[in-house]
Ligand binder design. Structure first.
Ligand code: AMP
Ligand code: MG
Length: 494
């Protein structure tokens, strides 16, 4: 029997049949709700009470389908750690359908962990509870931090185990995205030299994400420019909050500019630009400081697929695309510098501000300072005299290096016209007090997996809904890990 209507309007399912495989999720033994995202459900015109009900759990586990669902697994390809994989696709995800939200934005509703598909290769089509909780916590935290991201509508346990290194409880995440179209989706068709499909996909992406591109002589070029802008802004935001995606393959790069596919992602504690969390990233390809160059590389891959759509004269098309791709480093730099100035409480961007930021980061790296706590601490200092520096100074192994920097910062602040109280408030709005610290996520996962105790998950999630607010009752969640709490490796979890 079908579940109630979700109000789906399925534009991807109207695209040609070779864009996807139509199939239903594989039912699971015993779906139980972990969490339903009340506010997100309401914004999508979905009934949160229904979603939380036993029948809702059946839908969120893929055991029952809404009557207007047209379930499908999307085809895509991708460069994984630089190597070409011509055939990836949703190996463990199924798009249930699309809803148009209260703001008129179309959003995919997708199950992740919903069983095998024709794209599963050797995988089991399932997801383990740990990675599902991680994605729920981090994606919702990113949203609260103001970073474009896929959202988590719900998580359920399946009542089944999945085999990874060891047996683990299984779970399904309901993920919401502006779309699940990736750079790798374009590469799928380019790899097959399927020009008609590329054209159809580009038209779909323009209609869906970048309708203004139609007004240009070369809409595909304008679309490429928009994707470049979106990725430059996105990766700058990641860098400014200390986020490391971990698997920036082209199949994990959304053309809408949302953060997508939370695998071995994590936030830095101590500032170190070479930080890598993913245990499979031996070369540091996706290290913190490599994320902008990698995004640039991924976008060049997208541009390559669009060459035949940009101009009949391929030399001309390559030139136009290349010129555009060359703008990425500067766009990223600008977005980053504007954000960095805000983090430092500067209302204007002056020539030497980038140096001020670089010097602070260099000192933090040398002195093992915590990225998040330093910037949050500076926010308070912006409103205080130097007697109050001690708390921030204490974050540096050798405080004298900080003293030198803070003098220069104060000189620079003196050139600002804004008043100190407002500066402090503005800084607190961009320098979070709370991030999803990796050890807290691990603790929440351990309690859930080992003791069926979701209270730590709930607590962590709740704290992270207001990352910029001082929450004195939750100050433990601000702290970096004690040495014995440091998470050694974050696995891909697939
Ligand atoms: P990811 O590294 O999670 O972005 O996944 C890369 C590719 O592997 C995608 O095509 C996924 O759908 C697929 N995949 C990952 N995990 C599984 C799994 N457990 N079963 C089937 N396919 C999977
Ligand atoms: Mg992926």
């Amino acid at each position: 029997m079908n579940a109630p209507l979700f109000g789906f309007d399925n534009s991807y399912a109207r695209l040609p049949e070779h864009f996807y495989a139509r199939l239903s999720p594989t039912p699971v033994a015993d779906p139980r709700i972990i969490r339903v995202n009340q506010d997100l459900a309401v914004s999508l015109n979905l009934d949160p009470d229904f979603l939380r009900s036993p029948e809702g759990a059946q839908v969120l586990a893929g055991n029952k389908l809404p009557a207007d669902s047209e379930p499908l697994a999307m085809a895509y390809a991708g460069f994984q750690f630089g190597g070409w994989s011509p055939q990836l696709g949703d190996g463990r995800a199924i798009l249930l359908g699309e809803v148009v939200d209260g703001g008129g934005v179309r959003r995919d509703v997708q199950l992740k962990g919903s069983g095998r598909t024709p794209f599963s290769r050797n995988g089991d089509g399932r997801a383990a509870l740990g990675p599902i909780l991680r994605e729920y916590i981090v994606s919702e935290a990113m949203h609260a931090l103001g970073v474009p991201t896929t959202r988590a509508l719900a998580a359920v346990t399946t009542g089944e185990n999945v085999r990874r290194e060891v047996l683990q409880p299984g779970a399904v995440l309901t993920r919401v995205a502006r779309s699940h179209i990736r750079v790798g989706t374009f590469q799928f068709f380019a790899g097959r030299q399927d020009l008609d499909a590329l054209r159809t996909l580009a038209d779909h992406v323009i209609d869906r994400h970048y309708p203004h591109a139609r007004e240009y002589e070369r809409p595909c070029l304008a679309m490429l420019e928009s994707v470049i802008d979106a990725q430059a802004a996105l990766v700058a935001q990641w860098k400014l909050i200390g986020f490391i995606h971990g698997v920036m393959n082209t199949d994990n790069t959304s053309v809408s500019g949302e953060t997508i596919d939370y695998g071995p992602c994590a936030f830095m504690d101590t500032y170190d630009p070479n930080t890598v969390y993913s245990s499979i990233d031996q070369q540091g390809r996706y290290a913190y400081s490599n994320q902008a160059p990698i995004a640039h590389w991924n976008l060049a891959g997208l541009a390559q697929t669009l060459i035949p759509l940009i101009d009949e004269n391929s030399e001309k098309a390559v030139e136009l695309a290349q010129d555009l791709i060359n703008t990425f480093p500067q766009k990223f730099e600008t977005a980053y510098n504007v954000g960095a100035a805000k983090k430092l409480g500067l209302g204007t961007v002056q020539q030497d501000d980038a140096v001020l930021m670089t010097e602070l980061l260099g000192t933090m790296a040398d002195q093992d300072a915590d990225f998040t706590l330093v910037f949050r601490g500076l926010s308070s200092l912006a409103n205080q005299s130097s007697d109050e520096d001690d708390a921030v100074r204490a974050l540096f192994k050798d405080g004298s290096a900080f003293d030198q920097w803070v003098d220069r910062w104060r000189e620079r602040l003196a050139a600002e016209s804004s008043d100190a109280v407002k500066r402090c408030v503005d800084m607190q709005l961009v320098n979070p007090a709370f991030i999803p610290r990796n050890h807290r996520i691990e603790q929440a996962i351990r309690a859930a997996e080992d003791h069926n105790d979701f209270s730590l998950f709930e607590k962590l999630h709740t704290v992270l809904t207001q990352p910029f607010a001082d929450q004195p009752q939750a100050c433990e969640y601000q702290k970096p890990p004690r040495p014995e709490e440091v998470v050694q490796a974050t696995f891909c979890g697939t």
